[in-house]
Ligand binder design. Structure first.
Ligand code: PMM
Length: 331
């Protein structure tokens, strides 16, 4: 009786040894595990993106000043200038005019994101924007491409665009983070809660500033996990996108909370509906909102915004020049 447990434990030990030998044989026959390490140096981030970082005081002029991004919609249906620049020649000429009026860079888009807009086939979008991007870059104009499509972003960056401006922050196309990561392009990550056809159904907040801040911060964290570098990112609260009238003002008034995420901020209020009746008559056409837009540009610049996105750079440039002169005289 006493040797029974011993025999059993011997049998168990033999079975263990056999199993271990079997494992070893299988492991030896299998391919060794491979670990993919990307040894390429990361692509450099364009200077126009990296000028001002957290904690740096705004300077009166030079590369750190608030950038003026001129809007070039090569679309037939954008809410304020749609259809005007559809032809290639018109688009290129309009971009030159934007620069002459004070734009530091031109944001080229081929798909309208106005409320209720339908999606455009990606080939159509690319036919609209890629030749224009190529020409502007050849003329020495800094370009961002306004797209939710990774393949359009990739082709535009290949054509020389420095920045991908994606109103969905990469949520509309799973491949966008890879394109941004691999190209080193700047990436404007806008707050987004879904496509234009359901824009206003998603405009429900108990505290707009806190929720927009939290959602953008979360999105940036996801992008960092996917390999996008912090120095590539510019954040944008997405005025007018899933936000109703007063919510846009709350976001502007809460600018500092948003900026405290610690990333450069783009403010894109230009001609948006929430400006109707502020500084111009209620119901006036969108282009009558350019003075109100310029006032927001000044307030944003004073708070250290990385950039402002505007349809007409002239009034914005004028107020920023006034501010520069004011500050220059003080120092
Ligand atoms: N708004 C529009 C288009 N693109 N991009 C960013 N980053 N932020 C915006 O608020 C934004 C955008 C809306 O249409 P528009 O081109 O006619 O202004």
């Amino acid at each position: 009786m006493t040797d029974l447990p011993t025999r059993r434990s011997r049998r168990l030990a033999e079975a263990d040894r056999a199993r271990a030998a079997e494992h070893e044989a299988r492991a030896a026959a299998a391919e060794p595990p491979t670990i993919a390490i990307d040894l390429r140096a990361p692509a450099p981030v364009p200077e126009i993106v990296t000028g001002r970082r957290r904690g740096r005081a705004p300077e009166p002029a030079g590369p750190d000043r608030t950038r003026v991004m001129g809007i070039l919609n090569v679309t037939p249906d954008s809410f304020s200038d749609g259809g005007l620049h559809q032809a290639y020649d018109d688009a290129v000429q309009h971009a030159r005019d934007l620069v002459a009026a004070g734009a530091d860079l031109v944001d080229v888009g081929g798909e309208s994101t106005r409320p209720g807009a339908d999606r455009v086939p990606v080939e159509v979008e690319q036919d609209r924007v890629i030749p224009v991007v190529r020409e502007l870059v050849a003329e020495g104009i800094a370009v961002s491409v306004d797209t939710m499509n990774a393949s359009t972003a990739e082709r535009a960056v290949e054509a020389g665009a420095a920045i991908v401006n994606d109103v969905s922050g990469g949520l509309a196309d799973d491949d966008m983070a890879r394109v941004v990561r691999d190209t080193g392009a700047g990436f404007v990550v806008m707050h987004w809660r879904g496509h234009s056809d359901r824009m206003y159904r998603n405009a429900e907040y108990s505290h707009a500033v806190d929720e927009v801040r939290r959602e953008v911060e979360h999105r940036v964290a996801e992008l960092i996990i996917l390999g996008v570098r912090e120095e590539q990112v510019v954040i944008d609260p997405g005025l007018g996108f899933a936000k109703q009238g007063v919510q846009n003002w709350e976001i502007l008034a809460g600018y500092e909370r948003f900026a405290s995420i610690g990333l450069p901020v783009l403010v894109a209020a230009s001609r948006k509906r929430f400006l109707d009746g502020v500084g111009s008559a209620a119901g006036a056409p969108p282009r009558d909102r350019d003075l109100a837009t310029a006032a927001i540009s000044l307030l944003a610049a004073e708070r250290g915004a990385w950039g402002v996105r505007v349809h007409d750079p002239a009034p914005t440039r004028a107020v920023l020049d006034v501010w520069d002169a004011w500050r220059a005289a003080r120092s």
